[in-house]
Design a protein around this ligand. Structure first.
Ligand SMILES: CC(C)(COP(=O)(O)OP(=O)(O)OC[C@H]1O[C@@H](n2cnc3c(N)ncnc32)[C@H](O)[C@@H]1OP(=O)(O)O)[C@@H](O)C(=O)NCCC(=O)NCCS
Length: 355
């Protein structure tokens, strides 16, 4: 069977820098609190009404395609991971296809919603397609424009200070060269805690009641004579249209699941933690990454952290970090690279690759 590899990687972050002090102007928070609890110093925000999750993904994709040594017309499948899509539907995959100008080939575009684990889920899907010979140049994109959907008040501070915008992309190709490529991927989820880190509205759980259509019904918080609408006044007034996070619960799960899933990948391939040349953890919180580093007994130079600059960019965080590490020469040919993520769902996963 064929193996697959990341043949090209790119990333894009918008120019606008938003510091902790900038956020402290609109909510009760401080640079000291944010740095101490998360390690974050600043994040990037896209330009409202000009940039979107898709357009940022396109910028990252162009770089990945060029570095893979192919043209856009050679892409034979698209996977787009995001939790902050341009539209409720259709997904960003087809929008990216259109923006990149590759509609003539009519290749498939798959959107995946695995939040912070999105890139690893996407990588695993791409790996399976390439290994079976179905596709030769899969474009995998992780992109987020969180800034459009955050609550810029003290009520939303525990979530808002963490997230930032950005995009990363990779081209996955087959390889027959020695040990090079994706060695293993591992995907997990536990829906028991789905609401602990969630963005609930708008959603089908609270949408239009078909059987009541046309009647004047009091749903308790109806804002029209027809009952609930997709997003209603109650949701807006009660901040139910923003992300919700039980931070400490998420933190505790993350520090358990990161080491577990990394060890699973190492066990499958016969490697030890000390064999890892570079661990790229999803950038959720610097304290989480430092905890994982300690458990795995890795030196500072073997763990890539950039959350200080970008905050948590969810599906984009791993490809941005991997791209930066490669550009900095910190990931070299032949290195054993471990990617690991944990996030909303809960979903988590790992991938081990020989660069
Ligand atoms: C979000 C997180 C940084 C919060 O840190 P924490 O130590 O758990 O803080 P808590 O939520 O318990 O809140 C402690 C206090 O700080 C306050 N607080 C929350 N956010 C704040 C902010 N941005 N600025 C100042 N105070 C804040 C809380 O209101 C609370 O105040 P109280 O004690 O008066 O009630 C932390 O829980 C975390 O990182 N969790 C994991 C998040 C994560 O990884 N998410 C993405 C997963 S992919």
């Amino acid at each position: 069977m064929l193996k697959s590899k990341i043949a090209g990687i790119g990333h894009y972050v918008p120019d606008k820098v938003v510091t902790n002090d900038d956020l402290a102007k609109v909510m009760d928070t401080s640079d000291e609190w944010i740095r101490e609890r998360t390690g974050i110093e600043q994040r990037r925000y896209g330009v409202k009404h000009k940039q979107t999750t898709t357009t940022m993904g396109v910028e990252a994709a162009k770089i990945a395609i060029e570095r893979a040594g192919i043209t856009k017309d050679e892409i034979d499948f698209i996977i787009f991971a995001t939790l902050s899509p341009d539209y409720y539907f259709p997904g960003c995959g087809v929008l990216l296809q259109r923006e990149l100008g590759i509609t003539k080939t009519e290749v498939g575009a798959l959107d995946i919603r695995n939040q912070c684990s999105g890139f690893i889920y996407g990588l695993s899907i791409a790996d399976q397609f390439v290994k079976t010979g179905m596709y030769k140049n899969i474009l995998l994109v992780g992109s987020e424009m969180h800034s459009m959907g955050l609550e810029y008040t003290t009520k939303g501070r525990n979530v808002t200070v963490i997230f930032g915008d950005g995009a990363g992309a990779a081209v996955i190709q087959p390889t027959e060269e020695g040990e090079e490529g994706i060695l293993t991927t591992h995907l997990h989820s536990d829906g028991t805690y789905a609401e602990k880190l969630s963005f609930i509205n708008p959603g089908s759980h609270g949408g239009y009641h078909f059987d009541k259509m046309g009647e004047s019904v009091d749903f308790g918080y109806a804002d029209t004579e027809y009952g609930e609408i997709f997003v209603n006044k109650h949701m807006i007034d009660n901040a139910q249209i923003y992300p919700h996070m039980e931070g400490q619960f998420v933190f505790k799960m993350a520090v358990k699941k990161f080491p577990e899933v990394i060890m699973e990948a190492l066990a499958k391939t016969g490697y030890q933690p000390s064999d890892i040349d570079m661990l790229i953890p999803h950038q959720a919180n610097l304290r989480i990454s430092q905890f994982v580093q300690k458990i795995m007994k890795l030196e500072d130079s073997k763990v890539w952290n950039n959350i200080q600059k970008y905050g948590n960019t969810t599906a984009a965080s791993i490809p941005i970090a991997l791209c930066e590490a490669v550009e900095a020469g910190a990931v070299k040919k032949g290195d054993l690279v471990c990617l690991a993520a944990f996030g909303s769902g809960f979903t988590w996963g790992s991938a081990l690759l020989k660069w």
